[in-house]
Design a protein around this ligand. Structure first.
Ligand code: NDP
Ligand code: 2IT
Length: 444
């Protein structure tokens, strides 16, 4: 058996129940065959792949808090510090009832390569909790965040591990977490990113993932002879990534006709009204059905379904495995030319292969959504030098980073005879730097 198959077989046996983690490792390792073959003896001798797929450490803990009725509640907290070969662990905190070790490990594993692709000195990590922020009062969110940080603080630090937002963790939660860290440690440091701009946050971090997704998508289209301007775009989700993806797509002259949440989706033939969407999602924290009630050109549907709408470009921006084979078939049938992942692993392996085989330009999340973490790293730089950069300065750096990520993955794919296979290109380019650093640092 070749080295990659051996490692994958061992993972399947050891972590049979961690389906998302197995999916992510399979996607990455299978696309590294050409690279591994070049130095298989060295990699095998150094157990490089075995060390890459096993986190440095996994921290699991209890989060007790008290709800508004005075009842004690308990959630489970996670922080997986996956790999710090090229910099301190860096990655978001997800708050969602579906969170388990498999999900946090898949996200942490993806983060290693994503962070490497940014070209900035950040390692890979991820964390979160099975806490459900939906329907909780502000006081309950505060109670939960303070309790979460009361354990988490022991394991993080500006030069050790720097968490940030993800599903369910936005500006409010980061503020509460930062406040509790500062209170316990009495250190004012950039231990979290996505902070408010009055206390060490970076301008443009809020917009960065969605904007970055569009900068990369635009470059991918341009290099393949298309323009984004005038295109019809379908977006899923209506959270941080989706909102700013829609906004930037519109600024660049595209028409975005869908958005969704976990209860349903909207189709707006006139194009999504971004101010209305923000009002409903960021201010009222309400369901997407409210959008259709307030907008005559929009229709609301229960459940999932955005991928049945005819579009040129599809941007999945909600969650993992939300674009399956049936959706991919519909997109191809309807003449879609490009799919770029705003979310982490939103496309199943089967759907990804189908899209690629049918000539769709496919940008994987670890490249396409890297603008968020890249701008987090820029926030860390600003915190270290105790300065704040202007919105345009950060946004221009973000644009440059996304364009260079596209060209790095494109040329890595070409180098290994897989032209236009951006999945392989992103994995190879991300792996290269991390593997090099791991080999240089010995068996650790
Ligand atoms: P938010 O919590 O702001 O928004 C998430 C959106 O996705 C909401 O509309 C939510 O609907 C929907 N959603 C979440 N879970 C599900 C589900 N199981 N089924 C259907 N819909 C769901 O999160 P973000 O926008 O920050 O994150 C979206 C994706 O982007 C995630 O995959 C995340 O890992 C990834 N990402 C985020 C980055 C960031 O900087 N924030 C950076 C890079 C990637 P509802 O409100 O009903 O739950
Ligand atoms: O998946 C991701 O890259 C994020 N949720 C952002 C991580 C970060 O550290 O900004």
């Amino acid at each position: 058996m070749d080295y990659i198959d051996e490692v994958l077989a061992e993972l399947k046996e050891k972590y049979a129940d961690q389906t998302e983690f197995l999916q992510a490792t399979q996607e990455v390792l299978e696309s590294l065959r050409g690279v591994i073959a070049e130095k298989e003896d060295v990699y095998r001798h150094e157990a490089l792949l075995e060390r890459l797929v096993e986190p440095d450490r996994q921290i699991l803990f209890r989060i007790p808090w008290v709800d508004d009725k005075g009842n004690a509640k308990v959630n489970r907290g996670y922080r997986v510090q996956f790999n710090n070969a090229i910099g301190p662990y860096k990655g978001g905190l997800r708050l969602h009832p579906s969170v388990n070790l498999s999900i946090i490990k898949f996200l942490g594993f993806e983060q290693i390569f994503k962070n490497s692709l940014t070209g900035l000195p950040i390692g890979g990590g991820k964390g979160g909790s099975d806490f459900d922020p939906k329907g909780k009062s502000d006081r309950e969110i505060l109670a939960f965040c303070q309790s979460f940080m009361t354990e988490l603080y022991k394991h993080i630090g500006a030069d050790t591990d720097v968490p940030a937002g993800d599903i369910g963790t936005g500006a409010r939660e980061i503020g509460y977490l930062f406040g509790q860290y500062k209170r316990i440690r009495n250190i004012y440091e950039g231990v979290l990113t996505g902070k408010g701009v009055t206390y060490g946050g970076s301008l443009a971090r809020t917009e960065a993932t969605g904007y970055g997704l569009l900068y990369l998508t635009q470059e991918m289209l341009r290099c393949n002879g298309y323009a984004l301007e005038g295109k019809t775009v379908c977006v899923s989700g209506s959270g941080n990534v989706a909102t700013y993806a829609i906004q930037k797509a519109q600024q660049l002259g595209a028409k975005v006709v869908t958005a969704s949440d976990s209860t349903g989706w909207v189709y707006d033939s006139e194009g999504i009204d971004i101010d209305l969407l923000k009002q409903i999602k960021e201010v009222k924290r309400a369901r997407i059905s409210e959008y259709a009630k307030a907008r005559p050109s929009a229709e609301y549907h229960e459940g999932r379904g955005v991928w049945q709408i005819k579009c040129d470009v599809a941007l999945p921006c909600a969650t993992q495995n939300e674009l399956c084979i049936e959706d991919a078939q519909l997109l191809v049938k309807n003449g879609c030319i490009a799919v770029a992942e705003g979310a982490n692993m939103p496309t199943t392996l089967e759907a990804t292969k189908y899209l690629q085989q049918n000539g769709i330009l496919f940008a994987p999340g670890k490249a396409a959504n890297a603008g968020g973490v890249a701008t987090s790293a820029l926030e860390m730089s600003q915190n270290s030098e105790r300065l704040n950069w202007s919105f345009d300065e950060v946004d221009n750096k973000l644009k440059g980073i996304m364009i260079s990520i596209f060209h790095n993955m494109e040329s890595a794919a070409k180098r290994y005879g897989q032209e236009k296979n951006y999945v392989a290109g992103a994995n190879i380019a991300g792996f290269d730097k991390v593997a090099n650093a791991m080999l240089a640092q010995g068996i650790v």
